[in-house]
Design a protein around this ligand. Structure first.
Ligand SMILES: C[S@@+](CC[C@H](N)C(=O)[O-])C[C@H]1O[C@@H](n2cnc3c(N)ncnc32)[C@H](O)[C@@H]1O
Length: 309
């Protein structure tokens, strides 16, 4: 398994450049509409290569790729072959396994994650989060699959509103395995259409509009950015390097990529990091009751500890 040590990301101010190559959440590499098997492939890609990729990404990230993902894997990893200058999947995977390509495990993982997200996704969660904040003097939050940042920024906006302050008494740590999406998240710059559905007041309060070469982009206000500590963390890793206990854990739309034993293992670790009255938020198609007997349902895809006081 790769080194999964959590590491803080540089503050965006240090890395901002004029050409923001912000990767939107829809920025996972696209699968070409024409089936790759209908075309002559640039690289030879066998069933055996696909099975090797599947085993490797499952071992390092827990991601269980379904049988039908061959085209997706080909198109995403073909870019890595081009980037590394290797002529075949066999060579690429051999070298990866021998750790002969510096930084390539991370690039391989980044290529195979799916990062779909949006601001105020699954909006029914946020009034519950606000209510939890209203009942507490401070809040410690872990957003465990932060992707390009829309989810942790939504959490931060909700908590600013709940506490009526741009410096609310909260700690928010936002993690993901994918270093590319974390870089986008840490920059906090998005195409304006990503925030189109937000109320005007919220836009004014929490975003700056890009001008000139940054026209068409928005940037989260520095006050909001400062509330979030973005770090890399593999949910499969041994050392999560977090500061529990948490009042709130968001773990939305990532468990669906893991098999049941992996889900069970991760949930049993979550339970030990939760305060007795903490809440755990799941994605719309995730049911944690099947994999943990320590949780009970509080509301639609919101869980609390079964033995809570
Ligand atoms: C579909 S996105 C969900 C984003 C957000 N939570 C939401 O619901 O909108 C799934 C995220 O999980 C991350 N991920 C996948 N495997 C992971 C792992 N082993 N550890 C941490 N994050 C992982 C991916 O990089 C991706 O950004």
């Amino acid at each position: 398994m790769r080194d999964t040590t959590a590491s803080p990301l540089a503050h965006p101010a240090a890395s901002l450049t004029a050409s923001f190559s912000a990767r939107s959440s829809a920025g996972s590499p696209a699968v070409s509409s024409a089936s790759a098997s209908d075309r002559v492939k640039e690289f030879h890609f066998t069933r055996q290569d696909f099975d090797r990729v599947r085993a490797m990404i499952r071992d390092c990230a827990g991601i269980a790729l379904a049988d039908g993902k061959q085209e997706m894997v080909y198109s995403r990893l073909a870019r890595r072959l081009r980037a590394t200058g290797l002529g075949s999947f066999t060579d690429y995977l051999d070298q990866l396994e021998r750790n002969a390509l510096a930084g390539e495990w991370q690039a391989f993982t980044n290529a195979l994650t799916t990062n779909l997200t949006s601001f105020f996704r699954e909006p029914h969660h946020f009034p519950i989060l606000a209510q939890h904040a209203h009942e507490r003097a401070s809040l410690s939050v872990w957003c465990s699959a932060a992707s390009t940042g829309e989810e942790p920024y939504t959490i931060a906006m909700t908590l600013c509103d709940a506490y009526g302050s741009l410096t609310p008494p909260v700690n928010i740590v936002a993690t993901d395995i994918d270093t590319d999406v974390l870089q986008t998240a840490a920059q906090g710059i998005y195409p304006a259409e990503r925030v189109r559905s937000l109320p005007a007041e919220q836009l004014r309060k929490y975003f700056l509009k890009g001008k000139g070469s940054q026209g068409g982009l928005v940037r989260v206000r520095p006050e909001l950015r400062k509330l979030i500590d973005f770090r890399q963390l593999n949910l499969l890793g041994q050392d999560w390097s977090l500061k529990p206990p948490f009042d709130i854990i968001f773990c939305r739309n990532v468990m669906i990529y893991f098999d049941k034993p992996t889900q069970r293992q991760i949930l049993s670790r979550f339970v030990t990091l939760m305060k007795p009255d903490a809440l755990l938020f799941a994605g719309h198609s995730e049911n944690f009751l099947y994999v943990s007997d320590a949780l009970k349902l509080r509301g639609k895809t919101v869980y609390e500890l079964l033995g809570r006081r």
